[in-house]
Design a binder for this molecule. Structure first.
Ligand SMILES: Cc1cc2nc3c(=O)[nH]c(=O)nc-3n(C[C@H](O)[C@H](O)[C@H](O)COP(=O)(O)O)c2cc1C
Length: 206
């Protein structure tokens, strides 16, 4: 059976730059034989964590919205590709709401000390992020936030593809290498015949 790759596009812009990169990465994953699913997060109703801490007792989030539906897909996936624009040096609000709702998984793992997924399930993730400017620290927050989120999701953080200085809608299509790189990394992420790399891939393009 082919592996399942879930692509989560969080930009509020339809066909935004991070979204176009994600679509190329999914095409790359398909070229490696994976089955892919694409989700546009702004099409779903996912509210913020309300910090009720009910999940500390149950491991479950009690807020009933589309998070419950998305969580099943997230836990079922062998690979996750998470795409976000840079908003004020970090992920966009839509992405952050989904990430914060993963507190229930954090509670599941660290408070209740329970297994979330089948032991040995090889789960890996990649992050795609695009920023309009160029700053040395542009992607620092994303690295930390996504590491913490993937720890709770019990997914190995395998790769980053970060692109600077891409601002207007669709501008990524003029970048000399970003789309090709997304395709290549998508296909690499989906390859099942290699063990997860010891060191994560971290690519930052200008
Ligand atoms: C609310 C907001 C905040 C932004 N903050 C930053 C920022 O901190 N750094 C940056 O480089 N670009 C910033 N940008 C620009 C976007 O990252 C840029 O336009 C990017 O290409 C958007 O990606 P998308 O098309 O996938 O949504 C911001 C844009 C918006 C709308």
């Amino acid at each position: 059976m082919s592996i399942k790759v879930l692509g989560i596009s969080t930009s509020p812009r339809i066909k935004g730059n991070s979204d176009l990169l994600l679509r190329r990465a999914l095409a790359g994953a398909e070229s490696a034989g994976a089955g892919t699913e694409y989700i546009r997060l702004p099409d779903y109703q996912v509210g913020p964590c309300i910090e009720c801490n009910a999940c500390y007792a149950t491991g479950l989030c009690k807020v009933q919205d589309d998070y419950q539906h998305l969580l099943k897909k997230i836990l079922d996936a062998d690979r996750i590709i998470f795409a976000t624009p840079i908003f004020f040096m970090t992920v966009c609000a839509q992405a952050k709401m989904l990430i914060d709702r993963c507190q229930s998984l954090w509670a599941h793992k660290y408070v209740l000390k329970k297994e979330l997924i089948t032991p040995g399930h090889d789960r890996r993730a990649m992050v795609i992020a695009v920023g309009g400017s160029r700053s040395k620290k542009q992607f620092d927050c994303i690295r930390l936030t996504m590491k913490s989120c993937f720890d709770s999701l019990q997914v190995y953080y395998a790769a980053n593809l970060f692109v600077n200085k891409i601002d207007s809608l669709g501008e990524i299509e003029k970048h000399p290498s970003a789309l090709k790189e997304a395709y290549r990394l998508g296909s690499l992420l989906a390859a099942t015949n290699s063990p997860p790399p010891q060191k994560s891939i971290d690519i930052e393009l200008t």
